[in-house]
Design a protein around this ligand. Structure first.
Ligand code: HEM
Length: 388
């Protein structure tokens, strides 16, 4: 999927929210002939689309792999029930001490009063957590990161050539990942371990186990869905702290506000700004008629700032309660990793604020947006800070 022309410049990608507000007001539901899809910007409409999985299907063509993200009911429910057993909020909660120690180790390795929050902290943290959770050996982490980056990369420009290049790269990364996980499964079959891959291999519903392909696809999905998103949650949160420095002391003095801070970062600077579906029937949204088979893009980045749902939506407020942002989606595909992402976010900000004060964006160097039509984040975010 290409970027929409309204958001094609680096400045807009670094701050798309004014444009998204304008589009929500002027053309809440509109067809974009460049990208050959519909865009939907209002909270109410986005929620309706994500709720109605019958009219708005998640299925993709062949090649997308058999992952739950791209399945419709009833298959989706069976698979989701199965993988949820290995991926329970309780199992996630038990990771707390381990995630804390990974966060501390990463910060111990920072020796100066400056760092790039993205590469030094926000990127390795979720990669290490997922790799450990799955049971992948430590020495494969770098390779893991490369694969997960390729899976979420977008084409550099609009040419067919760029599109072919990225597709080839992705296919190759997928093949390598499939081989990698198949190999680990072989090892676990001989010698089970206390890890997610072993749990997935043992999980059963009515005597039925997951196939090898389903397990491998799920592992690949966790990498693709869990790493860059969590990285961007952390980096976007640090961006908020440097743009509104008064929050730093407030959160340090009252660390029990950190979960509310994480929720507001998710709403205000969401790591995912858009979610795709396909209309299975002709359907009316607002005053537009969407034809059967059309691609429909739901802009949660716009819905999260819809004034009909949120008071003063462009203000960052720790006291926003409730905070019904849709950054983790809505309905049957609601993010399975949300408890993990929230926990990692909480631990990351506890660790940062306990150790440092006066976090500020470094004056040198410009920041680059991630080139993606679904992801909102930056590739680098250099900061300076003082040890407390
Ligand atoms: C689904 C966002 C972290 C695993 C989703 C969806 C969104 C999302 C929007 C729904 C997509 C749709 O409806 O088509 C996020 C954000 C994250 C995050 C913003 C971080 C801040 C994670 C993590 C994991 C994960 C850490 C796992 C390690 C999944 C899975 C699904 C999913 C497996 C598919 C669920 C289904 O189809 O039933 N995520 N995610 N996510 N996410 Fe996340």
């Amino acid at each position: 999927m290409l970027n929409m022309t309204e958001l094609a410049t680096p400045e807009k990608m670094l701050f798309p929210f004014d444009t998204l507000r304008r589009l929500r007001h002027e053309t809440p539901v509109r067809y974009d002939s460049n990208r050959n899809c519909w865009d939907v910007f209002r909270y109410e409409d986005v929620q309706r689309i994500l709720k109605d999985s019958k009219t708005f299907s998640s299925e993709r063509g062949a090649g997308a792999g058999s992952t739950i993200l791209f399945m419709d009911p009833p298959k989706h429910k069976q698979m989701r029930d199965l993988v949820s057993r290995a991926f329970t909020p309780k199992a996630i909660q038990e990771l707390t001490p381990r995630i804390q120690s990974i966060a501390e180790q990463l910060l111990d390795a920072v020796t100066e009063d400056a760092m790039d929050i993205t590469s030094d902290f926000a990127t390795p943290l979720p990669v290490i957590v997922i790799a450990e959770l799955l049971g992948a050996p430590k020495e494969d982490r770098e390779q893991f990161k490369r694969w997960s980056d390729i899976l979420v990369e977008s084409a550099d420009d609009l040419s067919d050539e760029a599109f072919r290049r990225i597709t080839d790269k992705r296919m190759k990364a997928m093949e390598e990942l499939y081989g990698y996980f198949r190999n680990i499964m072989g090892q676990r079959a001989a010698e089970p371990q206390d890890d997610l891959i072993t749990a997935l291999m043992n999980a059963e519903i009515e005597g039925e186990k997951l196939t090898e392909k389903e397990i491998v696809s799920f592992c690949v999905l966790l990498l693709a869905a869990g790493n860059e998103t969590t990285t961007n949650l952390i980096t976007n949160g640090v961006r908020v702290l440097t743009e509104m420095p008064e929050l730093q002391e407030r959160l340090f003095q009252s660390p029990d506000l950190i979960p509310a801070f994480i929720e507001e970062v998710l709403r205000y600077y969401p790591p995912i700004v858009a979610i795709g579906r396909k209309a299975t029937d002709q359907v009316q949204i607002g005053d537009q008629t969407i034809e059967k088979g059309a691609q429909v893009i739901s802009w949660v980045g716009a819905a999260n700032r819809d004034e009909s749902r949120f008071v003063e939506p462009d203000d960052f407020r720790l006291d926003r309660k409730p905070n019904p942002h849709m950054t983790f989606g809505f309905g049957i595909h609601f993010c399975l990793g949300a408890p993990l992402a929230r926990l990692e976010g909480k631990i990351a900000f506890q660790a940062l604020l306990n150790r440092y004060q006066n976090l500020a964006r470094a004056s040198s160097g410009s920041i680059q947006p991630i080139q993606s039509s679904f992801v909102f984040g930056v590739k680098n975010y250099p900061i300076t800070m003082h040890i407390r």
